[in-house]
Design a protein. Structure first.
Length: 593
């Protein structure tokens, strides 16, 4: 019999790890979560409301045979739990330990943030007990989401036929709806900019006090801006453009949307495959570190390896200083997303990857390497011109040293050259024109900008952004217009009703504060059940009030009559979408095919 059993979450990960640990270790997969809150008990919440909100966990439907197999295989073996290195993974590990009746104080948890042979073998030498505070944090989040999801979703469906609501999902929808209201209320305003064109140069009129100017004023300025123009000042300054840090979950998703045309959910699926392992030159190996992270820290071994690679391939002058910027609520035990080896260049492994895997890996690789490179250096020149007391400015830039841009850039950097000019020199403009402009409303959120906004506001976790966006699409709360989110009438109605009855809870500030408390629970500074109890007893009266006062919206009438009873047909909504049926239901059960 094998001495050890390692349990991971994913079958593909188990295959990769099995190739590292030898025949005396069995590696199995839980295929994700094995238990969840029951739907029995008070209000179907799976929580004992009268007993400090004690959770009632049951094996997830369809997982009974798998759980039975894990219990059988664990008999007589030392079990090590190697689920993902985050709160969700810690919680899955705890549920496995409970099912397998493992000693909660025993060191049976191993953690690695990249699936490579050295990382896995190192983790095997440093098992630890399950971190109960991380488990409590995930459990508290799940309990809150269950309370809101069940009570609020049920209410909204019964009243306005909205398919679901959620603690973070509904706030994300509110962002989209509030922005749409701003766009609808926007009144465009016409204004003018003035431009002078010279030989090899254009200069913009500097508007005093930065106020918008109208047509009459613009025409007067154009008329008074006569040749010759006097060069009043010429300044050239050095500007350094620092490298961006390695990707974290949110910035990876944004980059994939903006530069690869890949949705947030698609980018996470591809990143998962790169993390779990691909067969490269006959060896199974994880290609990137764990992709659910909000820290951009890099491990010392990778830094040294990458610095040596940069010096060898580009030269010592391309080496930069290592910088790390970590947010207050970042889980800093994590690293940023990086390749597991700088020697596995995208080009060297392209044949082993799908098109999307290669494109995403290349962006991850280049950004991580570039983060350790020297800044790009530009000479920025500013020329100030004057005519009849009207001031114009021309700006140019010349790249003096490409630095990190040699490896990673979001845009092509073209030099903008200005002619050589001296103070006091007179030059003639070819023409001076006014350009009519019209103010435009704010732009609707794209996937990338919505993720950026959610991260900036501190709502949700980076690992949940993709699923939140998928839910908003799947519930028909939003539609994509030119790759940007426009709320549907149902989405607008949902937010409107939530604002009327649940504005104390479904808002940015409350949701952000809750994330902070969940972080404090993970750090052992707060007790989860206190948060759940406080929330439940403030939320329940709001639900009861809405149950009484929220207007119920009936089915939409059609101009068709029922072929069975002659009553009007109506459009009803089910969880599976809209359908046309008889208004005489339940006495007449006609449904139009």
């Amino acid at each position: 019999m094998n001495k050890k059993l390692i349990i991971v979450e994913s079958p593909s990960k188990s295959k990769t790890i099995a190739s590292y640990v030898g025949n005396d270790v069995l590696v199995l997969s839980s295929k994700g979560h094995i238990r969840d809150l029951a739907t029995s008990g008070s209000e179907g919440l799976g929580l004992d409301v009268n007993n400090d909100f004690a959770p009632n966990y049951i094996v997830i439907k369809g997982k009974a045979l798998l759980v039975k197999e894990l219990i059988q295989k664990a008999k007589g073996r030392d079990v090590l739990i190697a689920t993902d290195p985050d709160r969700e993974g810690e919680a899955i590990g705890w549920h496995l330990a409970e099912i397998l009746k493992l000693d909660p104080a025993a060191s049976n948890r191993i953690v690695f943030r990249e699936i490579t042979k050295p990382a896995v073998l190192e983790a095997l030498n440093h098992p630890r007990p399950i971190d109960q505070h991380l488990v409590y944090s995930q459990e508290t989040r799940r309990m809150l989401d269950r309370i809101i999801g069940f009570k609020l979703s049920k209410l909204l469906y019964s009243k306005i036929k909205s398919k679901s609501a959620g603690r973070v999902q509904s706030v994300a929808l509110k962002l989209i709806v509030d922005l749409e209201k701003e766009i609808e209320a926007f009144i465009p305003e016409t204004y003018y900019e003035i431009e002078a064109t010279f030989h090899h140069m254009k200069a913009d009129y500097v508007i005093p006090e930065k106020v918008r100017i109208g047509k009459e004023q613009a025409d007067l300025i154009v008329k008074e801006s006569v040749n010759p123009f006097i060069v009043k000042d010429v300044q050239t300054k050095e500007s350094k453009r620092m490298a961006k840090p390695p990707f974290i979950t949110s910035t990876l998703q944004q980059d994939a949307v903006n530069n690869l045309g890949m949705s947030a959910s698609r980018s996470m699926m591809v990143a998962q495959a790169l993390y779990e392992g691909k067969e490269i030159h006959g060896e199974l190996v994880g290609l990137i570190t764990y992709m659910r992270t909000d820290s951009n820290r890099l491990a010392e071994p990778f830094i040294h390896e990458a610095q040596a690679y940069i010096e060898k391939n580009f030269g010592k002058n391309y080496l930069g200083k290592y910088h790390v910027t970590t947010k207050d609520n970042a889980q800093d035990a994590h690293e940023g997303i990086r390749p597991t080896s700088v020697l596995r260049t995208p080009e060297s492994i392209e044949e082993y990857l799908s098109k999307d895997e290669y494109r995403l890996y290349k962006r991850i690789y280049q950004r991580a390497v570039a983060s350790l490179m020297a800044p790009a250096i530009f000479d920025i020149t500013k020329v100030t011109l004057e005519s009849s007391n009207h001031v114009y400015v021309a700006e140019g830039s010349v790249e003096r040293f490409e630095g990190h841009l040699k490896v990673y850039s979001d845009a092509k950097n073209k030099d903008k050259l200005l002619p050589h000019l001296t103070i006091g020199q007179e030059i003639n403009a070819k023409e001076v024109i006014s350009i009519e402009k019209v103010t435009t409303p704010k732009t609707r959120y794209s996937e990338a900008t919505l993720i950026k906004e959610m991260e900036a506001l501190g709502i949700g976790r980076p690992s949940t952004y993709a699923s939140i966006i998928q839910t908003l699409k799947g519930r028909d709360y939003v539609e994509l217009i030119e790759k940007r989110f426009k709320p549907t009438p149902q989405g607008m109605l949902t937010t409107e009703q939530l604002d009327l009855f649940f504005s104390k809870i479904i808002n940015v500030d409350y949701t952000s504060r809750m994330e902070t408390v969940l972080d404090e629970i993970a750090d052992g500074k707060q007790v989860g059940t206190h948060l759940v109890s406080k929330f439940y007893h403030s939320f329940t009266p709001l639900v009861e009030k809405a149950q009484t006062e929220m207007k119920k919206i009936g089915p939409k009438m059609t101009d068709e009559l029922c072929p069975l009873c002659g009553k009007p047909l109506v459009i009803r909504t089910s969880r599976y979408g809209e359908f046309t049926a008889c208004s005489g239901f339940p006495s007449c059960k006609y449904v139009k095919k």
